[in-house]
Structures are given as structure tokens and as C-alpha cells.
Ligand binder design. Sequence first.
Ligand SMILES: [Fe+2]
Length: 382
Amino acid sequence: MESFDFNLPTKIYCGNGSFQNVAEHIKEGNRIFIVSDPGIEKLGFVDKLLQQLENYDVKVFTNVKPNPKDTDCIEGGNSARDFDADYIIALGGGSVIDAAKAIAVLQVHGKRPQDFAGRGQVPSAVKPIIAIPTTAGTGAEVTRSSVITDTVRKIKFTIKDVNIAPVVAIVDPELTYGLPAPLTASTGMDALVHAIEAFTCKRANPVSDGLAIQAIKHIYPNLRKAVEDGSNKEARYHMMIGSTIAGMAFSHADVASVHCMAEAIGGLYDTPHGVANSMFLPYVIEYNAMADIKKHATIARTMGIVKEKATDEEATIALVEEMKQLAKDILIPSFASLKEINIADFNYLATSSFENGSTQSNAREITHEDYLQLFNKAYAEK
Ligand SMILES: [Fe+2]
């Protein structure tokens, strides 16, 4: 009988070929600031976008790195302000879209992205953002959050504010056809974790629950297929729509301890976000299950990995094992295999995870000591 709000300020245009009609969504102004990265530029997507924007004054900024850095956002913000951008178009994966959101804030308000960290800290509207994802993972095209790395403190922080939600998301599965298998795997796991954490976290509500389950139905049966055969158009379609729906789900609920741990190692070691999520997912599910066994069992049943008569406990055990197997099948490295890992860092990583704002949303109460144990547990499994 809970109360909740639901506000999705983003118009979503989804489907094969939707990338061909970007200019249609520019309603006012002539100065377009494109945020992207060198990889996307190399694939020719930036040129394709420029061809569509021949009648506009355009500036391209491609200095975004994975696990987007505060310094790049400051540079981008200054550039967008000098250019006096009317629109920000983010063309890329989660790092690009998150950086574009921070750039939009800094264009108007100056300062550093850190100054807007937390919930509702952006004082007023920014220029409209059009987000065009090129991976099926982040869901950032429909979220109001931006995760940025503090390059001095080596931690990630999040700006969460409805002012940075894109006004338009163009979700075109064709943009993922050339995505290599390792990136398909890691970004796909990120999307699956978004759905699972949105469904099980304390901030879940009936609408986010419906979205999360629907996202799992699209993502889970298609992740292995998309990794094994990148030309499988049907799998690519379901991965893309699934990741957007998962984004809608966690944007209206939250993520939880898997992301807290993933962001801790992403900040310290620059580990790719989806890889990091995948490493901790089974252990956090195992830890959380007792807090809401029915919801965890529902995930296993939605995936179709247990027989009808299985108990909730059996379903949850199956879910833990399947998440380990899935990561192995799609060749995501284990936590222990990361060469930069130093056990002496675990205490710092546990602190960083515990201090993450989404720790409060985790299904089960979790302490610094619990995080430490989870890092050790994940590390013990070779
Ligand atoms: Fe994520």
C-alpha cells in the first residue's frame, strides 16, 4: 500500500532505423553540441549524424573516456558554454551519455561535476539533451543520473536530478550490430543487473517492478545469443529495448549493492562497469536473498531456469548458479583474474561501497564488514 511517484520526462523513439531521424527532434535553436568518443567516431556514427545536421551549426566533442572523468566533463562544459549550445546530443555508450549530462550541467552552472553530486542538486534546467545509445546496457538514455569518476579521490559519484534526464532517447538496435562480443557481454550484464537490482531494491515500486520483469524477459534469453552471434538482429533488438526498459525501471527505483561494489572498483582500477557488475552479482544475490526470497525466486522463474514445483529457496540457489554460469559462458573475467587487484585495497573498496548512496537501497541491510566479506568471497572464486 505504498505511495510513489512516476515521472518519465524522456520521449523514446525506438526501432531499427530510428537513428536516421535525429534532426526531427530538434525543436528550437541552431547550435548543436555533440558529445561522443573516439571509438564511436571511428565507427562512422559521428559522420552519419553530421550529415543529418547539415543545416545546423555543430561542434563535436569526443574527449570522453570509459568511466567518464570529472576533468573531461569540465573541459566539455567549458566548450559547450563557449559555443553557446542550444542542444546537447550524446552519441555513444553509458560513459558518453553520463558525461553529456554532466557537461550540460556545467555549461549552465559552471563549477565541477562533484558540486552537483547527490539527489536533486542541480539548481535549474539545462539545455535539452538528446541521447542516442550505441550499446545495449546502460539505460542512461532514460535515466536522470550521471556517474562520474573523481580523478583525484579515485571514487565514483552520482548526480541524480530530473533536470538532467534526456528530453529524447533514440533507441536504434542497428547501432549495436558492430559491437564486439566482449562489449556486448559486459554492457548486456550491466542491463541485466539494472533490472535485477531495480526489482529487488528497497526503493522498488509496482511500476518499476513491472518494468524490471519485462526487461529481464527481453534481456536474459537474448544475451548469450547476441554475444555468440552479433549479427542476430532479433537478439540485438531485444537487448536494446530490454536495456532501455531496465533503465526506466532503475531510474524509478534504484540500483543497489552490486553497483556500489562495481563503482568502487571502477573508481579505483578503471574496471569496465559491466564487467565489474557481473563479478559481484551472484554473491550479492546470495547475500540478499533472505531479505526478499519471493522476489529473488520470481526472477529465477521469469528466466525459466527452474521447474514449476521448485521452492523459493531452490529457485534462488538456481539463480545464483545461473548468474555465475552466464558470466562464464559470455567470457566475462572473474574478479580474481583482474591483474590490478591488490587484497590490501579491499578495506578501501568496502568503505567506498558502503559510502555509495545506493547502499541504503539494498534489499538487505549491509555493513562495511559485509562488503569486505563479499569482496573476499568473489575473490576466492577463481
Ligand atoms: Fe550500471
